[in-house]
Design a binder for this molecule. Structure first.
Ligand code: FAD
Length: 409
């Protein structure tokens, strides 16, 4: 086995790749966790790192480590890895971490991060043979459409007129790890309009598909043709937009499923006009959001007919702080890490905001940010106080302590 891409020592210096996958790489006497893989001879070609800090990989720059971080070489490598992974081990995909609070105790199981091989964006080529049908989607590779009668996520299919079709020359085949900027600028170069809004969402195609990302009147559900999804079992399926169970900032993708590619469709447009729209969106963002801060985007979903930022503002939370976390002064639906916030600070501040908004307006805000991982072993003392910037903490209320355990929100 080549030593180039097997288990990598954790950045903390612990672990050296000892175990079934790399006994020859022993460099210290300290035992390394053994990957929970079933097959004796199986070696992933990608990079598998135990105890990998996730804080550098997420926008908030806080939180614990992944028990395992897997960066697959390609789709086949990912499929083989998942097939060989103990089915009891949880799997979570990570994009750019722009919508995530990773709890301070880290993420159990395997976090999968898609690298370069998954970051390409290209035009869907015209059909080549008699058997081709527009609904094939192009670039689906070995994937198959999931049977709508299976237990996969499904909702009533929309009328055929509303289902986007992959028109050659108007459809982009995007890797699951490609950024919104790359997708929108490739669309511009190809004269495809309608994808400009992705310019402003700092995530990956996989994250957009999972979250039904949207902005400036556009949403993934309006442009998605279909997505290649690697299930937790290692099976690759193609899900049409109707299979995704989309609602506002939510999909019904199964637990552990990883979007490795997606087809987005637009309509003909003038590249100069598309660029102008992208510039308008970028300028509007710059003016209204704390883009240069450690943040996680919109914290709460907009309740039907209301704006979350307005409710937060009306509840007097603008600038509210807890430990190193703060409600942004610039946009009150953004939480920011002002320096050394823990994820517990950030999550507790969010809960405090929810409580104050409920008290003030009766509205129960729902988290949009995904909270993942576990809390660290219980610390001895009390948490930081809640206060406004420049004021002392309010001692009259007990500090809210995050009480959620486990994965997801
Ligand atoms: C400054 C700022 C502005 C933002 N503005 C917007 C906005 O206008 N509109 C909007 O919708 N969002 C916005 N966001 C939030 C965020 O960018 C989106 O939710 C985005 O879709 C997250 O993409 P990501 O790749 O970073 O996913 P991550 O944050 O890494 O993960 C988010 C969720 O997606 C899952 N996921 C990630 N990759 C995959 C994959 N390949 N397959 C399956 N699941 C996956 C994760 O497991 C997690 O559940 C903003 C964030 C920031 C920081």
């Amino acid at each position: 086995m080549s030593g180039a891409n097997r288990i990598h020592p954790s950045p903390s210096g612990e672990g050296t790749g000892v175990g079934r996958l790399g006994a020859e790489n022993v460099r210290s006497a300290r035992p390394t966790p053994t990957p929970p893989l079933k097959g004796r001879g199986f070696c992933p070609r990608g990079k598998l790192t135990p105890n990998a800090p996730l804080a550098p990989l997420v926008w908030f720059k806080s939180g614990g480590a992944a028990e395992w971080l897997f960066e697959p070489k390609d789709a086949d490598d990912l499929a083989a890895f998942l097939r060989d992974l103990d089915p009891a081990v949880p799997v979570m995909a990570l994009g750019l971490g722009s919508n995530l609070i990773v709890r301070d105790g880290g993420v159990p199981g395997v976090v999968v991060r898609l690298g370069k091989a998954f970051a390409k964006v290209e035009l869907v080529p015209p059909p080549t043979g008699e058997g081709d049908h527009p609904q094939d989607g192009g670039g689906a590779g070995a994937a198959r459409r999931v049977d709508q009668t299976s237990d996969q996520p499904a909702c009533a299919p929309p009328p055929a007129s509303l289902v986007p079709l992959p028109v050659p020359g108007r459809t982009l085949n995007c890797g699951g790890g490609a950024s919104g900027i790359l997708v929108s600028s490739t669309a511009r170069d190809a004269g495809i309009a309608g994808l400009e809004f992705l310019r402003s969402i700092p995530g990956t195609v996989g994250g957009f598909c999972r979250m039904n990302g949207g902005a400036y009147g556009g949403e993934v559900k309006d442009i998605l043709v279909d997505a290649d999804v690697m299930l937790r079992s290692g099976e690759l399926v193609t899900l049409g937009v109707a299979d995704m169970g989309y609602t506002y900032r939510h999909s019904a993708l199964p637990e552990g499923a990883i979007v490795i590619a997606a087809r987005f469709r637009g309509h003909p447009g003038d590249p100069a006009a598309i660029q102008a729209e992208m510039d308008r969106i970028a300028a509007s963002r710059e003016a209204s959001q704390p883009l240069r801060s450690k943040t996680g985007g919109s914290t709460f979903k907009n309740p039907e007919g209301q704006k979350a930022w307005q409710l937060v503002d009306d509840a007097g939370c603008r600038g509210l702080t807890l430990g190193g976390a703060q409600v942004s002064e610039k946009h009150t639906n953004f939480l920011i890490n002002t320096g050394n916030a823990t994820s517990a600070d950030i999550e507790a501040l969010g809960e405090e905001v929810r409580r104050r908004v409920k008290d003030k307006s009766g509205v129960e805000l729902q988290w949009e940010i995904q909270r993942v991982g576990v809390l660290p072993p219980s610390p001895s003392g009390e948490g930081p106080g809640v206060g406004r910037r420049g004021q002392s903490a309010l001692p009259t209320r007990p500090t809210p302590t995050p009480s959620l355990k486990g994965r997801g929100s």
